[in-house]
Design a protein around this ligand. Sequence first.
Ligand SMILES: [Zn+2]
Length: 170
Amino acid sequence: MIYEIRTYGDPCLIDLNQLVVDVDDETKKLLDDMLETMYDTSGVGLAAPQIGVNKQLFVIDIGNGPRKVINPEIIEMSDDCNESDEGCLSVPGIYKKVKRANRIKVRYLNENKEIVEEEMEGFLAKAFQHENDHLNGVLFIERISPISRRMISKKLQLMKKARVKNSTKK
Ligand SMILES: [Zn+2]
């Protein structure tokens, strides 16, 4: 099932996300649907709040196979950072530079209830940090420079207005 992606201004994106207590069939179905939705929109990552589900879940696929991530934690972060363009399905049409740690060590539960510990770097590390931010209610536009933020403020306002219009139509 393909979900509708919630966009900037939607309260789901900043709400608290609950820990997943059991990886049951419902959770597995949700993760599959999230992957389907992500592939449908050609994204490389999608977090549950982006489809209106406030749970600690995200999916990621940077082209080397899907990862289903439950209750993630970033347990180590390198001091060396990399600044590169970032975008988000929930903030369509906006790409701005964001500084992220080059290497991270993470821990999460996979769909088989196994605890996974992984070290990742480069694009995967960046994508993981972006999705993990979603679970803390943080969008990448909160991590861009003040000048960039000012440059997109008008676009963001319009996005918010368009969202309200869309939701009253339904
Ligand atoms: Zn995003």
